[in-house]
Design a protein around this ligand. Structure first.
Ligand code: BTN
Length: 280
């Protein structure tokens, strides 16, 4: 058994730690091993699962990341969760859910460990310049209506540097790697769900600007030089804002034009080196 792996998360312990009204309050499933919690949550949602349904796993064999990547999901160390959400929001606002999850993750982690992660747009949480959490929202629509969104979140809690495959060794981190001690996964999970519910309400109650203001405060991409690939072209510029659809607004270096960058169709290649040293 891995020295950092503590007891498995149980429904009983989780329910007693929860302070939410909806998230994780109806159906909870906890799997020892599953392909992807997002996939399972989608099955449940298609079968009618209610808002707040929560799927957790101790490990994933095909954890999905953004842009078709794999999410490294070793057993017993981290949090792999998916929530079924049924927001009354137009499709153009759905990207804000991932920003809400970023703000929620940063504030939950900050409250527990005393160091607040920054966000690399759109939703990578970074501590000491290492990615410690990722968010993958998958939307299901009928005609122009959003039927449900699966919000998948992976938080590296007690993963150590030895657990990382060589290709992730330079950029991935965890709460353990950042602080040198292990953390209670249930405490982190309950704090995340509590904060997520709070920021989710900002969205459903039309308080987008408040959410965006919180996001802007922790987003290290803003005011940085960015390079990204959009429709096969390499674009460089300065990130100046994030708008009400969650798009990054960039002033293009070559001609000063303002371009809107959508999380779904770009890879952000780098941010300004001066920001790489901070955890803002
Ligand atoms: C990213 O690429 O940053 C997004 C990673 C999202 C990973 C989580 S782990 C739980 C949920 N299930 C999945 O298959 N993916 C998400």
């Amino acid at each position: 058994m891995h020295p950092n792996a503590k007891s498995s998360i149980t429904e009983h312990v989780l329910r007693s730690a929860l302070k939410t009204e909806v998230l994780g309050r109806d159906h909870i499933e906890i799997h020892e091993r599953i392909d992807s919690t997002n996939e399972r949550a989608k099955e449940l949602a298609l079968a009618g699962a209610r808002e707040g349904t929560l799927v957790l796993a101790e490990s994933q064999t095909a954890g999905r990341g953004r842009l078709g990547r794999i999410w490294h999901s070793p057993p017993g160390l981290n949090i792999y969760l998916s929530l079924v959400l049924r927001p009354e929001l137009p499709p153009a606002r759905i990207s804000l859910l991932t920003l809400a999850a970023g703000v929620a993750g940063a504030s939950a982690i900050g409250r527990i460990i005393g160091q607040t992660p920054s966000v690399k747009w759109p939703n990578d949480l970074l501590l000491q310049n290492r990615k410690i959490a990722g968010i993958l929202a998958e939307m299901n629509m009928k005609n122009t209506k959003v039927l449900f969104v699966i919000l998948g979140v992976g938080i590296n809690v007690n993963l150590s540097a030895h657990d990382l495959p060589p290709e992730l060794a330079a950029q991935a981190g965890s709460l353990f790697i950042a602080t040198g001690r292990t953390w209670d996964r249930v405490e982190v999970l309950a704090a995340f769900l509590y904060e997520m519910e709070k920021y989710y309400k900002f969205l459903t109650q039309n308080r987008h600007e408040e959410l965006l203001n919180q996001y802007r405060q922790i987003c290290q991409t803003l005011n940085s030089q960015v390079r990204f690939v959009q429709q096969s072209n390499l674009v460089e510029g300065t990130a100046i804002d994030v708008n009400q659809s969650g798009e990054l607004i960039v002033k293009r270096a070559i001609d000063g034009e303002i371009v809107h960058v959508n999380a779904g169709d770009v890879s952000l290649l780098s941010i300004a080196p001066k920001h790489l040293a901070d955890d803002c």
